[in-house]
Design a binder for this molecule. Structure first.
Ligand code: OYP
Length: 573
């Protein structure tokens, strides 16, 4: 009797989809060893097709591919995705060229001049950003519910770097009072300290490493109290503390510096490293270690679609020599790789799991923290889904312990892909079903919820360039004498601002071929058990969708990035 082997492959291009047959099998279940040989051969071939590569030392490992053309067909963009991706870039670049011509003779001397290139037609929240970007509560809001909700933490003491300059004792008293009340928060960008800034077309750019102190009001508003742009250092005078009571342009420039630093940590640490590159490690390890009939392969594969190709494109065009970072970002020219290296060196398992991360950052139980609320709800929903699938295939902890493909997958992720991350809390083996479920929840959460939360907001928050400048062309102010000329000479020039808008739109806009979380059509599992688990997952997502829509109706600024229908099933952009 011929055995039909389950396979994961789907044939691309001509629309034929070849779905995996049979049920998911762990090796333990295959007592007669019927599939053993097939599994071994399959994995041997996959290890040949998907190899680890060190793109740059000190950064997570990636798939071995010089360009997307080197990738196996199974993981390439479908034709329509490719046309859309490349077409949008061309459209964006053409629009920039037109704008450049159109603005050739106009002035670039007031903040309103950014209007000349602003794409207000493209969305409404971006318009609101343009109106309100100078307001302190709007500035604070972004650290809770903006494009980068990953830096803020509740203070447990006054930061040691916060040296109070003479004459600013009053602010120290206020900070201590807020600390006592438990409503003092901070955003610290020390990771950027000492990073070499870019040189763009012969012009030196500048970087800062700010600290912002915030207070939370009773109505849930987060307000900045003080900004220190550089950490103190023994060879220079105590850095000034910028305050809301400073002249308005001084305070505005200090906030713009913070937003520039936030842009760097957002794109390099929160976005690139902690979603894209981590997901790539899961993808390569999954292809190398788990056979197509393995239940965990079937569980994860929909959440790994297109990730290898988008990341390969990022390595050839975005963070490459002469890529977009080098062209218009002040960490570009190598500093961006050093930021990635530093961020890799402090990447912990806890920081990828919201229940741990948000507790560590003291962000639980804050009604105005909408990202926190939605992320935790989604974590729970995903964890029930994962548990449903895992418990169908692993009857007890022993079965987990005795699954060699799975254990190998775990070790390969932590020791190889994540570059020896066991010291930072990542597991090298799974001892129980609970261990396994937690790790898988983290994998799926990272590839779906977290990426959507971090990616979509680029469209809203980065189109009005002064709100999040991609580069700074003058050094940070060291006194409080700030003029409009200084502000304009510091913020990005027309060319840089245009490119920032184009790329933010390219990445943040709705993806025409997007598959929402849990809505993939491929049936990797057959049999009623897994199907019921998947439909329960979909139901729970539906319920949450309704809750979020209802909540947003009553808000001035709706928080929509984690609405399940907007969360993509994998990292594809
Ligand atoms: C890949 O062909 C990606 O020029 C975007 O990267 C853009 C390209 C390639 C260039 C395409 C081309 C997607 C995935 C990612 C990521 C995280 C970092 C995003 C940083 C965006 C920075 C915006 C810069 C504005 C100036």
């Amino acid at each position: 009797k011929e055995i039909v082997f389950p396979c994961y492959r789907w044939v691309q291009g001509d629309g034929i989809i070849c779905l995996p047959e049979a049920t998911a099998w762990t090796m333990g279940k295959d007592v007669q060893g019927l599939f053993q040989k097939h599994r071994e051969e399959e994995l041997e071939e996959r290890r040949r097709l998907y190899r680890w590569a060190t793109w740059k030392k000190g950064i997570l490992l990636s798939v071995d591919a010089k360009s997307e053309k080197d990738l196996p067909l199974d993981v390439r963009f479908h034709e329509n995705k490719k046309i859309d991706f490349e077409g949008t870039l061309i459209a964006g670049m053409t629009e920039i060229a037109l704008k450049r011509t159109y603005t050739l003779l106009s002035s670039w001397s007031s903040l309103e001049d950014f209007d000349q290139i602003f794409w207000c037609s493209k969305n409404t929240l971006a318009k609101k950003v343009r109106q309100s970007w100078k307001d302190d509560d709007f500035f604070g809001y972004q650290f809770l519910n903006g494009v980068n909700p990953t830096v803020l933490r509740r203070s447990t003491s006054l930061p040691t770097r916060l040296v109070i300059p003479p004459g600013a004792e009053e602010i120290q008293i206020q900070l201590e009072k807020k600390l006592q009340e438990g409503c003092l928060f901070e955003a610290d960008f020390s990771l950027l300290d000492g990073i070499q800034p870019n040189v763009i077309q012969g012009e030196r750019q500048y970087l800062a490493a700010p600290l912002v102190m915030f207070k939370m009001e009773h109505d849930g508003k987060l307000l900045p109290m003080a900004i220190q742009l550089q950490p103190p250092c023994s060879s220079s005078p105590v850095p000034p503390l910028f305050l809301p009571s400073d002249p308005s342009l001084t305070w505005l420039l200090a906030k713009a510096w913070v937003k520039n630093s936030d842009f760097q940590l957002h794109e390099l640490q929160a976005h690139l490293l902690k979603t894209h590159l981590v997901a790539e490690v899961f993808a390569v390890a999954t292809m190398r270690c788990l056979s197509g009939m393995h239940p965990i392969f079937k569980l994860l594969i929909p959440h790994l679609r297109y990730t290898l190709e988008i990341n390969t494109r990022a390595r050839t065009k975005l963070i490459s020599d002469g890529g977009i970072f080098d062209q218009v970002v002040n960490t570009g020219g190598g500093g961006h790789l050093e930021v990635l290296r530093r961020a890799t060196a402090c990447l912990t398992y806890r920081s990828l799991c919201p229940p741990d991360d948000l507790a560590d950052r003291g962000l639980l139980g804050i009604p105005s923290a909408l990202y926190v609320h939605d992320a935790l709800r989604l974590w729970d929903i995903i964890s029930r889904y994962v548990q449903g699938i895992v418990h169908l295939h692993y009857s007890e902890d022993k079965v987990v312990q005795n699954d060699p493909e799975l254990q190998n997958w775990c070790r390969e992720i932590t020791e190889i892909g994540l570059h020896g991350a066991q010291a930072r809390g990542f597991p090298v083996s799974f001892q129980s079903r609970a261990d396994l479920c937690y790790f898988l929840t983290m994998c799926i959460f990272t590839c779906t919820v977290q990426h959507s939360g971090i990616n979509q907001g680029q469209l809203d928050w980065y189109a009005w360039v002064p709100n999040a400048p991609c580069t700074m062309r003058q050094p940070p102010p060291t006194t409080k004498d700030v003029t409009l000329e200084m502000v304009m000479a510091t913020l990005p020039n027309i060319q840089q601002a245009c490119l920032q808008m184009t790329i933010s739109w390219h990445l943040g806009r709705f993806q025409p071929d997007m598959v929402p979380l849990g809505q993939h059509k491929e049936e990797y599992f057959s049999g009623p058990g897994p199907k019921a688990v998947l439909s329960f997952f979909q139901e729970e997502l539906n319920t949450l969708e309704k809750e979020i829509v209802a909540r947003n109706k009553n808000l001035d600024l709706p928080y929509e990035y984690l609405q399940p229908s907007r969360i993509e099933n994998s990292i594809t952009i």
